[in-house]
Every structure is written in C-alpha cells, then in structure tokens.
Ligand binder design. Structure first.
Ligand code: PDD
Length: 282
C-alpha cells in the first residue's frame, strides 16, 4: 500500500517527501511539532493539541500556517489515504526556508508544514501497560524552555537511547536541583504511600502534556488527591506507584526505577484505573 505525507500543500509519496536543505527546522531545529493519537478514526484530545501548537508557534513568533479547520481537513484526508484508524498523526511547522543565518530572516517567509501519520498497534501498548515498564534516571541536559514543543530533541534522543541500552523503556530526567522533571517523551507521576498523586508543576522545565492535563481531570473526577510539585528519584523509588503519560502511551505503569522495584514490582491500581478512565472517555 502506498504511504502518503503532506508537505507544503501537496500530498506526496511518503518516500519522496522532502524539505529544502536550508529549511530552518533542519538547520537550527527552528520548528515546533505536535503528535495526536488516533483511535477508531478519531483524533484524541484534538483541542488541547491544537491549542498547544498555537502556543508553541506564538512563543517562537512563527505564524500559524493554516487555520485549524484547514489543518483538520488535511489530517482527515491523510488518515483516509493511509488507511489509518488506530495510530498517530505527526505535524511539524518550521519557520521556513532561508539563506543560513542564525537570526530570523529579515523579510517574512512561508513556514514549512509537514504532516505524516502511521498505524500503531495499541494492543502492544495495552500489553506494556499490563506488565509495566522499567525506567532509568539520567541528568536533564535540555534548555530552559521545555514548555515549548520544539524539534530540538537531541538530549531527549540520547536519554531514550541510554534507557534502551540499559534494558529500560523510558528515561526520567533529573534537573540540577535533584528533581525529576519528566521523561524523554512522557510526563512522570508517582503515588505516595499515603495515596496522593504527584506530578511536577507545569513550569518551563517540562512539556505541558495534554494527556497530563486530561489525567489531572480524570483524577479529580475519580476523587483522587493530587498535588503538582517536584519529586526526587528516591521519592519515586519509595513510592506506592509510578507511571507516565503521553498521547501515544496514555497511562503506562512504571514498575522499576534504576533497577529498584516500585512497591511489589507490579503495575499500580491507581495507574490502571486512570488508564481505563482516560480510554473510556477517549
Ligand atoms: N511526546 N514530555 C515530553 C518531553 C514529550 O515529548 C511528550 C510527548 C510528553 C507528553 O505530552 P502529551 O501528553 O501531550 O503527548 C511529555 C510525544 C508523544 C512525542 O514526542 O512523540
């Protein structure tokens, strides 16, 4: 089956999709992105991701390249052409193409827009959630504006690779003060022995995950006690439960951190209840 991408107004063969060598996304990581999960043909948390896209672009003073309605039309067409009912949609917008110079181009340029989608096997994600995953901790080596969803992901890439080489699924990043910020591509949560849900406050040290805010709402609806604050790796190791959230992994229990089992080393009940609540609303 032919796979399609969308680049600057054109649907093209995925294998032939290209951008210019002087695209500022390629040269400087001067670009933002979004990832939506698609289940049964429906985009999950569509509003939240569009709002964050517009905030990320605004923070970098890149103009919004299309209206939301126009983007939705492209996304629907791309899903149709690629026959994706369960998977993800990836959108990237860069400042555009210009002669290489660090400062913004003096004259307005057209942003570059790229959209792709792919199928995902959510049964594999369900199986991962049933077993739980292992996490390692590594120093957070990122910049000071992790709240903007930019493609500047090299520290995240190195952290994820370190996790895989250690036989783990995710790396939790630890800041200079010794606190966990978030995962390399997920937000980090723990449940204290007293049963309180803890996740870092949405400051500039983390990406303000759309799934994170949905899970905060689900937790409130279910009557769980929640606190948004930093926690240390030791607090996580001593916790009753740990888990992570993201658009494509939903809620996934963490059963070990740096090879220390969390509680009895099995997925926690709050994490599983939140996963179920989130997916039943999705
Ligand atoms: N990652 N933190 C980081 C650093 C992320 O890259 C992501 C998302 C999250 C979770 O955000 P959300 O709940 O909005 O997906 C947290 C996406 C899935 C990715 O890069 O593929």
């Amino acid at each position: 089956m032919m796979r399609y991408a969308y680049v600057n107004g054109q649907y093209c063969r995925h294998g032939d999709a290209t951008i210019h060598v002087e695209d500022r996304g390629f040269q400087f990581a001067d670009a933002v992105y979004e990832v939506w999960s698609v289940r049964n043909g429906v985009l999950l948390d569509a509003d939240g991701h569009f709002q964050r896209l517009s905030r990320s672009l605004g923070e970098l003073r890149i103009p919004m390249p299309r209206s939301r309605a126009a983007l939705m039309r492209v996304i629907k067409e791309l899903l149709r052409r690629n026959r994706v009912r369960d998977g993800l949609v990836y959108l990237q917008v860069s400042r555009g193409q210009a002669k290489r110079d660090h400062a913004f181009p003096r004259h307005p340029i057209e942003p570059t827009i790229v959209l792709t989608c792919k199928r995902l096997d959510f049964t594999a994600a369900d199986a991962r959630a049933e077993d739980g995953i292992a996490v390692i901790t590594v120093p957070d080596q990122r910049w000071a504006r992790c709240d903007i969803k930019t493609v500047n992901l090299l520290p995240n890439v190195l952290a994820k690779q370190a996790a895989h080489e250690a036989g783990a699924t995710e790396a939790w990043l630890v800041d200079g003060a010794g606190h966990v910020t978030e995962g390399s591509s997920t937000n980090a949560w723990i449940v204290t022995k007293a049963g309180k849900l803890i996740t870092r406050q949405a400051d500039n040290g983390i990406l303000h995950g759309i799934t994170r805010s949905r899970i905060l709402q689900c937790a409130q609806t279910l009557g769980f006690d929640v606190e948004q604050r930093s926690f240390t790796p030791q607090e996580a190791i001593d916790a009753r439960e740990a888990f992570l959230t993201s658009a494509t992994s939903f809620v996934t229990p963490v059963v070990s951190i740096d090879n220390h089992p969390i509680a009895n080393g099995k997925p926690g009940s709050l994490a599983l209840a939140l996963r179920q609540a989130y997916l039943s609303e999705a």
